[in-house]
Design a binder for this molecule. Structure first.
Ligand SMILES: Nc1ncnc2c1ncn2[C@@H]1O[C@H](COP(=O)(O)OP(=O)(O)O)[C@@H](O)[C@H]1O
Ligand SMILES: [Mg+2]
Length: 318
């Protein structure tokens, strides 16, 4: 048991009928960090989160939240976590302010403190202008923001965000990202699921890639990119007559075959970044001049494809 870990899951399993929806997931989230669980629709993200949040009982394995067992110490665990999507709107005909304020009072705030807190949160989520509008008039994105605001009322040390930005427009997404970063700066720990590779890349300190109920990769965003050996070197040669000569040099040093684009750019896999220098020195030695050099890191989409063999699909979860 390690209390520096906000989440410590060992081999969690959840079976629905004959479907092993979560098939032995182990993960660790150090306190104060943002951990991303990345995977396509149906990978088992929500089921994993629901087990960690004590909404579903595991069929196998175990997990602790700040050292408290999710099965035998459920009450403690519930006091330490917040989960989005759990804000049952009290009344569609009440305003955003009224809903938040009542929800805050249910959590033990006084009527006066509930107002202050609700105002703060509405401001933080850009909902001040909509504060006095009834929820019936709220868009999907506004509801999502109100939901996250409500999940912050109890100031939980650990927050589960299940696809917090799926289906949101780009502006609202980046607002959400800012809010999530600020939350962590103020001491919270976040476990978020996402099917957006760029979201995991932007936010997470650590990413678990899951596919069909299993963890298929775990690293930092940059570690994941490096681990799949997909960096490539792109060179533009000044003198077009020396293109094939330059290509031969790069191929010989890197031990890979190059491709030449219509714009006469040489592209070649670069497995070890220190070999870049060797290529440049060899070209200089032959008096071949470059007009452009560029080392491209793989995108997380490339990584995902390398790990799962699947092209990612960005489907809305709801
Ligand atoms: N309550 C349930 N009953 C039966 N099957 C379920 C239930 N919840 C999820 N599943 C199935 O478990 C798998 C994982 O689902 P889920 O955890 O929702 O994936 P994700 O959140 O990654 O999209 C899917 O095949 C889904 O159909
Ligand atoms: Mg889900």
């Amino acid at each position: 048991m390690n209390s520096h870990l906000a989440v410590e899951a060992n081999n969690l399993v959840k079976i629905f009928g004959s479907n092993r929806a979560v098939d032995g997931v182990s993960l660790e989230v150090p306190a104060g960090r943002i951990c991303g669980v990345l995977g396509p629709n149906g990978a088992g993200k929500t089921t994993t989160i629901n087990m960690l949040a004590t909404l579903l009982t595991p069929d196998g394995g175990s997990a602790r939240i700040f050292g408290h067992d999710i099965v035998t110490d459920t009450q403690h665990v519930r006091q330490l976590i917040g989960l989005t999507g759990q804000f049952a709107t009290i009344d569609e005909n009440l305003t955003a302010m009224e809903n938040l304020r009542i929800f805050a009072m249910l959590l033990g705030y006084s009527w006066k403190d509930a107002k202050t807190k609700a105002e703060e949160l509405l401001e933080e989520f850009g909902l001040t202008e909509a504060a006095n509008r009834t929820l019936a008039k709220f868009s999907g994105g506004m509801r999502r923001r109100l939901d996250l605001a409500a999940s912050l009322l109890s100031q939980p040390p650990l927050l589960f965000l299940d696809e917090p930005t799926t289906g949101l427009d780009p502006r609202t997404r980046s607002q959400m990202w800012g809010t999530i970063r600020r939350l962590v700066q103020s001491g919270s720990t976040v476990l978020l699921t996402t099917q957006y590779l760029d979201e995991a890349d932007q936010l997470a300190d650590d990413i678990y890639v899951i596919d069909r109920g299993k963890v298929v990769g775990h690293d930092t965003p940059s570690g994941l990119k490096q681990s799949v050996d997909l960096s490539s070197l792109h060179l533009q040669i000044e003198d077009a007559d020396r293109l094939s000569e330059a290509t031969n040099i790069a191929e010989r040093i890197l031990g890979e075959s190059a491709q030449i684009s219509e714009a006469a750019e040489i592209s070649i896999p670069l497995k070890r970044s220190d070999q870049l220098t060797d290529v440049l020195i060899a070209l200089q030695h032959e008096d071949i001049h470059l007009t452009a050099i560029n080392v491209q890191q793989p995108s997380l989409d490339d990584v995902f494809f390398a790990l799962t063999g699947e092209v990612t699909t960005y489907e809305a979860a709801d």
